[in-house]
Design a protein around this ligand. Structure first.
Ligand code: XIL
Length: 322
């Protein structure tokens, strides 16, 4: 392992530096796997372990794409974290816009969690059990999606207890966006998780997604402060989906600003008591969800350009790790 790659540098600091993995890109583009294995020591399936892929057909589990990633991870000595077991999005057609009888919904979630976690037991060290469960509009849980509709707020505690039973060794996370710094949502998450812990719900970590725009992001100081307060509850923190969006017609100066944002995230995480993993939501601008989700208004959010050339952001991260 070269000491000059991100993973070589990160290893010396005991840090996991990860990327989302796209099976499509991996299959069609040999350079993709080459750079991924060279630079990163942790992987997350970008879509291959979501409900709509794993159970596109109800109760017929398809682990094919996920297993391709697992084989690659094993071959290159990379740790795997997984996102997400329970989410209001990425639903297969049989669950989309559905309200199930309460017991049926509980059975679906229970079976999904047990089947998937038992299948990957010992190979996935951290799971985002619930993704984006908090409301954006104010106190309480997000109400969209079949799980809340069918079960009500009680589904949250159930899924964590099942996950813990299915794989007692795995670290169980709550993952969300818009709570990377000391935001109002982060305050709500903190109070909510604190209450869940007090009731004995097995949650071990908080995932900060960290999708930000180059001109709209929290300061490193408040990010460290936010991570520290979760650490003080006994929780670990991972940064789980980092990308830094540039406006469509970004100029040279924007790439330097982007580099500074990436630098700040790594500095903030290293300054906190316990944030041992930073995962980017992809690594090359050739494959990124950003142009699609932003209708083309943002782009180039990652640390390699479309031709796999390292951008200033790559150098900024390397210099923090050096
Ligand atoms: C995104 C993927 O990157 C896209 O390819 C897919 O079309 C939609 O989902 N928060 C999450 C991730 O937790 O799972 C999402 O991933 C991005 C936002």
């Amino acid at each position: 392992m070269s000491a000059n790659t991100l993973r070589g540098l990160a290893a010396k600091k005991g840090l996991l530096v990860g990327s989302a993995f796209s099976y499509d890109a991996f299959r069609k583009d040999p350079l993709y796997g080459e750079v991924l294995a060279r630079e990163f020591n942790c992987l997350v399936a970008e879509n291959e372990m979501k409900l709509d892929v794993l159970q596109r057909v109800r109760e017929q589990f398809d682990f094919g794409p996920a297993e391709a990633m697992m084989a690659f991870a094993r071959q290159h000595d990379m740790k795997v974290r997984a996102v997400p077991l329970v989410w209001h999005d990425a639903l297969p057609e049989w669950a989309r816009d559905k309200t199930f009888p309460r017991q049926e919904a509980l059975d679906i979630l229970r079976e999904h969690i047990f089947t998937v976690m038992r299948h990957f037991r010992g190979r996935v060290f951290a799971w985002d059990v619930l993704n984006e469960g908090l409301s954006d509009k104010g106190p309480g849980l997000r109400e969209e999606g079949p799980w809340y509709h069918s079960i009500g707020p009680a589904y949250v505690e159930r899924v964590y207890h099942w996950a813990h039973e299915a794989d007692p060794q795995a670290l169980l996370f709550y993952n969300d966006y818009g709570m990377d710094g000391m935001s109002e949502k982060a305050d709500r998450c903190y109070q909510w998780v604190k209450a869940l812990l007090a009731r004995g719900v097995p949650i071990h970590g908080i995932g900060l997604q960290y999708h930000v725009q180059v001109d709209k992001h929290p300061t490193p100081t408040e990010v460290t402060q936010n991570i520290r307060r979760f650490n003080d509850l006994g929780l670990t923190v991972h940064i789980t989906e980092l990308d830094v969006w540039l406006p469509k017609n970004a100029a040279e100066a924007d790439f330097r600003l982007q580099a500074a944002v990436y630098r700040g995230v790594f500095e903030a995480a290293l300054a906190a008591p316990k944030c041992p993993a930073i995962v980017l939501w992809g690594f090359t601008d050739r494959y990124s969800w950003v142009p699609g989700i932003s209708n083309g208004t943002y782009d180039r959010a990652l640390i390699f350009d479309r031709d796999y050339r390292p951008k200033p952001a790559y150098e900024a991260i390397a210099s923090v790790l050096r």
